[in-house]
Ligand binder design. Structure first.
Ligand SMILES: Nc1ncnc2c1ncn2[C@@H]1O[C@H](COP(=O)(O)OP(=O)(O)OP(=O)(O)O)[C@@H](O)[C@H]1O
Ligand SMILES: [Mg+2]
Length: 347
């Protein structure tokens, strides 16, 4: 629903060429909740030739992990330590037996695209080196222009790009309505209330936000023992979501971003706001622990701000001592964030 145009373009750029033996690479990108994952899962389910294989790489840092996962979907279990040569030999054998071409969808691919240059090199050269004919669709939130610099772009070769734009209010309305029909009783909602949910979700352009608000509002109504969701239930639900800090947003950040964000969380655990001095002190402890050096703190803070995860303002220090930047987090308890980041860093 609401993604017919995008599906059509995916058909033209990857699916039809792959069926005809021409392998290509595509980056599909767009903000959180714009339907990237559902669309890919839909294609994996519906398209028979070529075969579309979906892998979620949220916990992976290397192409190798993805290939091992891919093989396991065909019942082929290989050791974690397999070399690229042996992995591609297995894949080549598998594809020969399949009798049709294969598209590998790598969802949540940001960590791999940003970090595993060697693995990507093998993947893109796999046709020449190992006679493996496989197309790849990488799914990420960031614009590829931010993800790769010009040099990397050049060495990776040509990629097609498709952007999933944010949903309009009308589209969110349709999606939320569908969900309500499936999961609520007929008298549980009015069209007016669904329209209001679409309206408050439209600023994020995210179907996930709309569906989340619907579920939470239904819960609140039930708690009030009311048979119907009210406008105020929607407002209460809206105040409960923190769409900026979703798990997938965290998962798409690299190690350095996560370490800086963790430093900020530590500084904020008992204070209202913090500053670069405190962050820098915590960062040196954390980077020791995780073995990374030379992090450009100012750059990273800027990125986190652009991401909407942290907020900053400039405070005067009085008596001509100038100004300094203070940093805060409003949307999510830092205890929750700390736990999530520590899990990701030790994954
Ligand atoms: N066109 C659609 N029709 C019906 N449901 C949709 C549609 N688009 C998204 N949804 C629903 O909205 C939620 C979020 O969609 P999805 O997980 O595909 O977003 P995403 O772009 O992958 O987000 P993220 O970048 O955070 O992973 C899911 O529950 C999904 O089922
Ligand atoms: Mg997704």
């Amino acid at each position: 629903m609401a993604r017919d145009g995008e599906i059509e373009r995916i058909m033209e750029t990857v699916i039809k060429p792959t069926k005809n033996g021409i392998t290509t690479n595509l980056i599909l990108y767009g903000d959180s909740g714009t339907g990237k994952t559902v669309t890919m899962r839909y294609l994996a389910r519906e398209i028979r030739d070529p075969q579309v294989v979906y892998v979620n790489a949220i916990a992976y840092r290397y192409v190798k992990n993805v290939l091992i996962d891919f093989l396991s979907k065909f019942g082929i279990i290989v050791p974690e330590r397999s070399s690229y040569a042996s992995l591609f030999t297995r894949i080549e054998g598998l594809l020969r037996n399949q009798g049709k071409n294969v598209i590998l969808v790598i969802d949540e691919a940001a960590n791999i695209l940003k970090g595993d240059y060697d693995g990507l090199y093998y993947l893109f050269r796999s046709k020449d080196s190992f006679d493996v004919n496989i197309s790849t669709i990488f799914v990420v939130m960031e614009d590829p222009a931010i993800l790769f610099d010009a040099k990397i772009r050049k060495s990776y070769g040509i990629f097609s790009e498709i952007k999933f734009r944010r949903y309009t209010k009308g589209e969110i309305y349709q999606i939320v309505m569908n969900r309500a029909v499936q999961s609520l009783t007929g008298e549980g909602y009015d069209e007016d209330v669904l329209d209001y949910i679409a309206e408050v979700s439209a600023e994020y352009g995210s179907a996930r936000v709309g569906i989340d608000i619907l579920a939470k509002a239904a819960h609140i109504a039930e708690y009030r023992r009311s048979p119907k969701i009210s406008f105020d239930d929607v407002r209460a639900a809206r105040s409960m979501i923190s769409p900026f800090v979703t798990e997938s947003k965290l998962a798409s950040m690299d190690y350095e971003d996560l370490m800086v964000l963790l430093s900020i969380c530590r500084c904020l655990s008992a204070s209202r706001f913090t500053d670069v001095d405190c962050i820098s002190r915590n960062l040196s402890v954390i980077s020791e622990q995780y073995g990374k050096k030379d992090i450009n703190l100012y750059d990273r803070i800027k990125r986190l701000e652009n991401n909407g995860i942290i907020s900053s303002s400039i405070e005067g220090q009085g008596r001509g001592e100038g100004v300094k930047k203070v940093i805060s987090i409003y949307d999510i308890p830092v205890s929750v964030l700390t736990e999530k980041i520590e899990n990701l860093l030790s994954a």
